[in-house]
Design a protein around this ligand. Sequence first.
Ligand SMILES: NC(=O)C[C@H](N)C(=O)O
Length: 337
Amino acid sequence: MRKILILTTGGTIASRPAGKGLEPEAGATMVRAAVDALKPACEVDIQPIAQLDGSDVQPEEWQAFARAVIEACPDYDGIVITHGTDTLAYTAAMLSYMLRACPIPVVFTGAQAPLSRPLSDGSENLRCALAMAQSQKPGVFVAFDRKVILGTRAVKVRTTGFDAFKSVNYPYVGEVNARGLVLNAHLPKRPSQLFSPELRLCKRVFLIKLIPGFNPDVVDLLASLGYKGVVIEAFGAGGMHVIRRDLTDSLERLTRQGIPAVVCSQCLYEHSDLNLYKPGQLALEKGAIPGYDMTTEAAVTKLMWALGQEADLEAVRKIFATNFAGEATLPQAGESR
Ligand SMILES: NC(=O)C[C@H](N)C(=O)O
């Protein structure tokens, strides 16, 4: 019989109404009761490691959660992490980088309604996560609403709906249907390198979402505040102002100071292509690093992780030109982007 560990960290799934709205319970009473009621065909241990609303999960927690996985890895066939949905996609992306080549499935799940409510989605999500955790497919995943998403491709798209996560620019890893959890035949391959976790990260990364009229001085201000990296959610395929408020000049100044600026799109779907229009080409000439079709969550966490490896700007550029955990669709040979 397979052995699965559930690490609980809080979130709505394990919350109860308290004085100021829903709050995660101490311990794991509700998760234990829900798992027992599912009668899973595996042995399940449960270990509470945090008691946080997702909105309080920060880089310190990412490292603590990753450490808990590393410690448990040799004793289990799979690990489920219950987590608040608000930041679940960020944590899943960050752990995908930190735990690259992890030999077992690490599956995040949560709920939109607490397990204590009769119509909660929590039990169904736990059931799907436990099935994925037993799949022997190594990697970091998100199981939600009967679908499994690669850890670097999940985005929370609903505040309360049960179909809260989408797999962005990547097929679902698996879906539950009448046959059970059916996995996509084209899953990323079992990594060939040894599992050597890398938990260092840099917290001084800033995300800018452009709006028409964006003042590029803000970018220079970030450098003076000590930020080490910037992700820009640009317009469409990677557009930004080049008249009146030329952002590409600020990008050039960042680059000269060795501060990487990664350009993604504020469009959720499809990829950015900085070569397609003049503003993007100017940004590239001035040092911008293309974010391709990465989600914002995957780009921000990748930049934090890359900078944590004591990487200089050129090393970060190389890291962004490498697909570490299925986070980016890189251009094929001969394709510009
Ligand atoms: N559905 C949820 O889990 C939302 C909650 N605020 C959290 O992220 O912890």
